[in-house]
Design a protein around this ligand. Sequence first.
Ligand SMILES: Nc1ncnc2c1ncn2[C@@H]1O[C@H](COP(=O)(O)OP(=O)(O)OP(=O)(O)O)[C@@H](O)[C@H]1O
Ligand SMILES: Nc1ncnc2c1ncn2[C@@H]1O[C@H](COP(=O)(O)OP(=O)(O)OP(=O)(O)O)[C@@H](O)[C@H]1O
Ligand SMILES: [Mg+2]
Ligand SMILES: [Mg+2]
Lengths: 166, 166, 160, 160
Amino acid sequence: MKLRKITLKGFKTFPRKTEIEYKEGINIIIGPNGSGKSNIVDAVKWALGEKSIKSLRGGNMDDVIFKGNDQGMLPSNFASVSMIFDNQDRKLRLDVDEVEIERAFSKDKASKFMINKKRAKLKEIVSLFADTGITSNSYAIIEQGKINNLLLSSSQEKRVIFEEAA
Amino acid sequence: MKLRKITLKGFKTFPRKTEIEYKEGINIIIGPNGSGKSNIVDAVKWALGEKSIKSLRGGNMDDVIFKGNDQGMLPSNFASVSMIFDNQDRKLRLDVDEVEIERAFSKDKASKFMINKKRAKLKEIVSLFADTGITSNSYAIIEQGKINNLLLSSSQEKRVIFEEAA
Amino acid sequence: IAEKFSRTIENINRHFDKTFKAMFEGGEATVIMLSPEDPLETGVDIQVKLPGKNIEVLSLTSGGEKALIAASLIFAIFLQNPSPVCILDEVDASMDAANIEKFFKMIKKFSSEIQFIVITHNKKSMEFADTLYGVTMEQKGVSKILSVHFKNKKNNDDIL
Amino acid sequence: IAEKFSRTIENINRHFDKTFKAMFEGGEATVIMLSPEDPLETGVDIQVKLPGKNIEVLSLTSGGEKALIAASLIFAIFLQNPSPVCILDEVDASMDAANIEKFFKMIKKFSSEIQFIVITHNKKSMEFADTLYGVTMEQKGVSKILSVHFKNKKNNDDIL
Ligand SMILES: Nc1ncnc2c1ncn2[C@@H]1O[C@H](COP(=O)(O)OP(=O)(O)OP(=O)(O)O)[C@@H](O)[C@H]1O
Ligand SMILES: Nc1ncnc2c1ncn2[C@@H]1O[C@H](COP(=O)(O)OP(=O)(O)OP(=O)(O)O)[C@@H](O)[C@H]1O
Ligand SMILES: [Mg+2]
Ligand SMILES: [Mg+2]
């Protein structure tokens, strides 16, 4: 199972449709402070069903929608993020070689989820990815400034991480 | 008022008496991970009367005493840190050109404080430095990983910082 | 199930000592159940001894040491049960040059099986990229993915 | 006293906009009393607008942006009431090369009046040292202060 492509539109600092194709091996992202690198990580977590806006550095869910700039570019009406996974090894329990998940959100509405272009519930997305190790709060996603949390976590919090690895 | 010299003995990774003379302007400390750079910052806070062992990254106060190494070097019996300040501008309200403060601590005993080699109470050290901006929890001492705390602090915590600047 | 959890902890314990020793070139590391008689409920903790030093009070370790210890633990969990994708956002921020080298060499070993997405500001780290992505803000407040380099390892210097 | 506090906030507000603009080459920053009618009790908060972007939700700012905003605020407080000594432990860890330059240039301006003690791993940062200290562990677990260079600015390259 590999992440092939992530598509962002209206999400944080990505007002226009932006596609990022990831390859095998080591993909390294660089760029100046504030350019949008960590926003891509937020997009991955959000598309995987992240419920807590705080862990996306926001105050309320509207904060994921592009707010415009001071050069007259208007705020977006909605945010959407989709991710396409290579599923040839069938790690995701769907009998297809490619799985696309998508999340879309408009102000004051609930998020809409899609699996392979069909409407789905959040819990379907969560259960689909549950055993893959790729979840919005996976220990395999280490946000900026958070690497030490693993060590500082309580013995019960550590237990949860080891249970997932079992 | 300037920091002239800091002397460590038995403190964390400084078992033998170590003197560090600081100059005017920009003093930069470099070195490998775990070599003892942040321990010097801990020493400054500790000598200024830091009460919370947690903010020195310890579990109990014994943690500031050198614990030995795995090459047979024995733990120290006590930890001491002294700092000498140039006081020609009389920012510290003592009528002397040089002020030396010292803190010493042995296992299971209370810390001993000295001002210019005379026994002093912790509260005397704290009040001596209170209006100088150099206190163990001063906003002018930014520990590793802590720079964002200023922004994330509550409006009341920010108030306290601005009050000190008044 | 209790059996399974105990066995998982034992395995990760062995893996952790291995990854830790590779990362720190010495020392020891263990994963321990705080109440081994109660595998279903017990909390779990780790204990490390850095080369040359005695058993650590974890909180006393330095910023860079904490990052490397955490990385060793995550790699140990990967040896038990690899995640297909691993995303690391500036975890090398507190590492010195020598440790960045060791850290990315370990990433390299896992990268045949695990897809890594790494964000960094460090020039040494960038050298380990198979593919390099630049993010910039050409237009104010708008992110642009500037380029995707499929790096030929021999031509590192051309690109950077 | 209420008068004094309000005046202090006004002053720091002016200083903050100045240091922020110098640090970010544009934008605006303010310090505001949440309840201006109650200077004795009111909480205080800051608000910033980064160049090209709209007014920030502070939590949404990036790691590097947070560090620079915090630094600008501390320098603003220094303009109001300088601390004789300022100790900075790896605050440049999340900054890109361009921002490290701006950050240390501002430190340089204050360094005639404030004594700085800065810990860093970054080669660009080290170039701003008047005096450089190396810490190593020659003997296991024992810190040693290796050298104190009184740097002649013209000879930067010799030493590094
Ligand atoms: N909804 C939004 N609309 C517009 N801009 C946003 C939105 N959410 C976040 N931003 C902007 O995104 C920027 C932060 O982006 P990000 O955290 O991805 O930076 P980064 O590239 O990781 O930088 P660093 O290297 O400092 O960590 C902030 O300036 C913030 O104002
Ligand atoms: N009481 C003590 N006795 C012996 N060693 C100690 C004691 N307290 C702390 N240490 C050791 O000090 C080391 C950490 O030192 P310090 O935090 O100063 O490193 P650093 O130079 O700041 O590294 P980094 O660049 O990673 O931040 C740890 O390895 C820890 O084991
Ligand atoms: Mg970031
Ligand atoms: Mg440190």
